[in-house]
Design a protein. Structure first.
Length: 214
């Protein structure tokens, strides 16, 4: 059975205003989006995908168009306890006995070999079923992504009888010592992009086969 929905977003307040300097993701169209889609998404980008990006940090925003209804896509994205459903490099995910999917809960992720990481402990920062927003922070583990924080939003579109979804995923992370901002973004962007592509294939198959994500 699917987990019960969390209480309304009174327990999940809007992100606090960020201090300067900030990311400017609302000024550049992510690869794969049309101008029309981007214009409709700008308010959400400003609200949920803005970060304080001082020296030694970098941030990015990626997008994925999916030919499936937004509720199908959200049913997969919201499962904080099952990231391996669409995240390529996760070997397993463990949650504590009596786990409840609410803000502040944690998961322990084991990463496949070949990456500069072994484990990651992650905390759920936001889960809003009404606005279809979720996000997490990495708070421990053996990896190089220090102070990594990510937000994912799911957006439904309908034009001329056609239905599709756009998923936005952004992050902010420290640039590791000895690495450049460009190297850090290239690595993180590649992982996020591959995850979003797999999310598209998984949820489009769900939509074709009849939505029943337990």
């Amino acid at each position: 059975m699917a987990d019960p929905k969390p209480e309304p977003s009174s327990s999940m307040p809007d992100p606090s205003p960020v201090s300067e300097p900030t990311s400017h993701h609302h000024l550049t169209i992510p690869s794969g989006l049309t101008q029309d889609e981007f214009c409709e998404l700008i308010p959400s980008i400003i609200q949920f995908h803005a970060y304080s990006v001082g020296p030694g940090k970098c941030s990015s925003l990626l997008a994925q168009r999916i030919n499936a209804p937004h509720d199908v896509v959200w049913s997969v994205v919201r499962r904080f306890d099952k990231p391996q459903a669409y995240k390529h490099f996760i070997k397993s995910c463990v949650v504590k006995e009596g786990f409840q999917m609410v803000v502040g809960c944690t998961r322990d992720v084991n990463v496949i070999s070949g990456l500069p990481a072994e484990t990651s402990t992650e905390r759920l920062d936001i889960l809003d079923d009404d606005r279809k927003v979720t996000g997490f922070s990495i708070i421990g583990g053996e990896h190089r992504l220090r102070n990594y924080r990510s937000v994912t939003t799911v957006h439904g579109f309908e034009r001329d009888g056609r239905i599709w979804t756009v998923v936005l995923e952004s992050y902010v992370v420290d640039v590791p010592e000895g690495n450049t901002e460009e190297d850090t973004k290239l690595f993180a962007d590649t992982v996020v992009k591959l995850n979003l592509q797999k999310l598209a294939s998984v949820t489009e198959a769900l939509a074709r086969d009849g939505y029943d994500n337990k």
